[in-house]
Design a protein around this ligand. Structure first.
Ligand code: FES
Ligand SMILES: [Fe+2]
Length: 431
C-alpha cells in the first residue's frame, strides 16, 4: 500500500477548512494548506507538548501549533519556536511529513519509501469535457472486504435486487418498484441463467463477468462484462467518456476502517459542452436516517452494510467459496503476487517513474461510437436509476440529470430518445 499514491481527501474539503485530520495506513496525520497555497501532510502531535495540530493555524511556510505557535513545514521539520531563546535553532527532531499532490479534485498522499513514483493520471481524473462530484464515506471494516466486492459480480442480484425489493416492501414503498426504470429489475436479472463466471488478469488489474445461457433461463445467450479493476484499490464502473462513469476507491485508514470514495464523472460527448465547473464538490451519502435506522434503499448503502456485516476483519479461513467467487480468487492471487514482488525488491504493478498524460484503466482508449444508452453505467439515470444510488444525495444531482437530458437530445433527437428508452427498457426486461 505504501508504494501507491493514496487519495486522502477531496480538495474542496480544504476550501471549507484548510486544516484537516487524516487517518491513513494506521497513522494519525494532519493535512493542511498553507497561506502560500502549498499542501502539507504531517504528524498530528506538536513536538512541544503534543497538542493536536488539527487545531493548527496555517502560516506562509507551514502550520503553527495553536498552543505556543511552533511552526512545522511540509516535511514535518520544526521551522520556528517563537518565544524560545533561539527560535530558529534546529531541534534535531521532526514530525512525519509525506508528499501530497492534487489531481482531479482529490488530494493524494504518498506514504512509502522515497523517491516517490509519479502520481498516475488515471483516465477518469483527467478526462476532458466532464463534470464531477466526489462521495466520501468511512466504512467500519477492513478495506479488503470493500475491494473484494469488486470481485463479486453476482452480489448485485441479491444485495441490489432482492434485498432492495425486500427493503422497499418493508418501507411500504411498493410504488417505487412499479417503475420499470428501477434498479431492482435489472439487478435481479443478474442472477438468472448464469452459465459461467469468468475472470482474468489484465495490464492494470483484472476483468471479470458472467456468461448467460437461455437454456438456464437467461433472456439471451450473452456475456456481460462487469466493472474493471485497477490494482490495488480502484474499480471503474461505466466507460471512460460516457455520460456516467465512476471510480470506487477503497483505502485503508487502519485495519478496521476504510475510506471509501465514489469519484463520479459525467462526460459530454464530442461536439457538446459540459457545464463549467470551477471546483469539484464533495458529499457524504447518509447511512442512518433521522430515527437512527440504517438507510438501505440505495446501491452504495447496500454494499456498505454487507461489507461491514462481514465483521471488522472477515476470517477468510472459515469461508466456503463457490463459483461466484472465482474473481475473488483472481483478486487475492494478484494481491499475493504483488506483495511478493515488493518483498523481492521489485516495483509492484501500476507504478511509474513518470506518468503518461492519461492512463486508461481498461488498457486502451474508449470506443465511444456506440449508441448513447448502450454505454451508460446504469443507463436511464435521469429517468430514474440515479434515484437508486448515492448520486441522489450529490450536489450535482439535478445538474447531471439535466446534462443527461441534453445529451439525449443532442445525440439522438428527442423523438429518437423515446425509441431508445423503449429499447433500453426492453433490454432491461420485465424481470
Ligand atoms: S504544544 Fe505546540 S507549541 Fe506548545
Ligand atoms: Fe454492489
Amino acid at each position: 500500500m505504501r508504494r501507491y499514491w493514496i487519495p486522502i481527501a477531496p480538495v474542496s474539503q480544504l476550501d471549507e477548512n484548510p486544516v484537516r485530520k487524516i487517518r491513513m495506513l494506521g497513522e494519525d496525520l494532519v493535512l493542511y494548506r498553507n497561506t502560500s497555497g502549498g499542501l502539507g501532510l504531517i504528524g498530528d502531535r506538536c513536538l512541544h507538548r503534543l497538542v493536536d495540530l488539527q487545531y493548527g493555524i496555517p502560516d506562509e511556510r507551514g502550520l503553527r501549533c495553536p498552543y505556543h505557535g511552533w511552526l512545522f513545514g511540509e516535511t514535518g521539520k520544526c521551522l520556528e519556536r517563537p518565544m524560545e531563546a533561539k527560535p530558529e535553532a534546529d531541534i534535531g527532531r521532526s514530525l512525519k511529513g509525506y508528499p501530497v499532490e492534487e489531481l482531479g479534485g482529490l488530494v493524494f498522499a504518498y506514504m512509502g519509501p522515497l523517491p516517490a513514483p509519479a502520481l498516475p493520471r488515471w483516465d477518469l481524473f483527467v478526462w476532458p469535457n466532464a463534470i464531477r462530484q466526489i462521495a466520501v464515506q468511512v466504512i467500519d471494516c477492513n478495506w479488503l472486504q470493500c475491494q473484494e466486492n469488486t470481485g463479486d459480480p453476482t452480489h448485485s442480484a441479491w444485495a441490489h435486487g432482492h434485498m432492495f425489493n425486500y427493503v422497499l416492501n418493508r418501507k411500504g414503498e411498493t410504488d417505487r418498484m412499479q417503475d420499470k426504470v428501477h434498479t431492482i429489475h435489472t439487478r435481479k436479472a443478474v442472477g438468472v441463467g448464469i452459465k459461467e463466471i469468468y475472470a482474468s488478469q489484465t495490464k492494470h488489474g483484472f476483468r471479470k463477468g458472467i456468461k448467460y445461457s437461455t437454456e438456464l433461463g437467461a433472456e439471451k445467450d450473452e456475456t456481460k462484462e462487469h466493472s474493471t479493476v485497477i490494482f490495488p484499490f480502484y474499480t471503474q464502473t461505466g466507460k471512460t467518456g460516457a455520460p456516467r462513469s465512476e471510480y470506487q476507491i477503497r483505502v485503508p485508514m487502519d485495519d478496521t476502517h476504510t475510506y471509501h470514495i465514489c469519484y463520479q464523472v459525467y462526460a459530454a460527448p464530442e461536439g457538446m459542452q459540459a457545464p463549467e465547473q470551477t471546483s469539484i464538490p464533495y458529499y457524504t451519502p447518509p447511512t442512518i436516517d433521522a430515527d437512527g435506522n440504517p438507510i438501505l434503499d440505495y446501491v452504495l448503502a447496500q454494499d456498505a452494510v454487507t461489507w461491514k456485516a462481514q465483521g471488522p476483519i472477515a476470517d477468510r479461513s472459515s469461508e466456503l467459496l463457490g463459483r461466484t467467487d472465482i474473481p475473488i480468487v483472481v483478486l487475492r492471487r494478484q494481491l499475493d503476487e504483488q506483495i511478493t514482488r515488493v518483498e523481492q525488491g521489485k516495483a509492484p504493478m501500476n507504478t511509474w517513474a513518470e506518468s503518461p498524460p492519461i492512463i486508461y484503466g481498461k488498457g486502451s482508449p474508449p470506443d465511444l461510437s456506440q449508441p448513447l444508452l448502450r454505454h451508460t453505467f446504469r443507463g436511464l439515470y435521469h429517468l430514474g436509476f440515479g434515484n437508486d444510488d448515492a448520486d441522489r444525495y450529490g450536489p450535482l444531482f439535478e445538474t447531471v440529470k439535466e446534462l443527461h437530458r441534453e445529451i439525449e437530445a443532442f445525440q439522438l433527437g428527442r423523438a429518437a430518445a423515446q425509441d431508445v428508452k423503449a429499447a433500453a427498457l426492453a433490454e432491461a426486461g420485465e424481470h
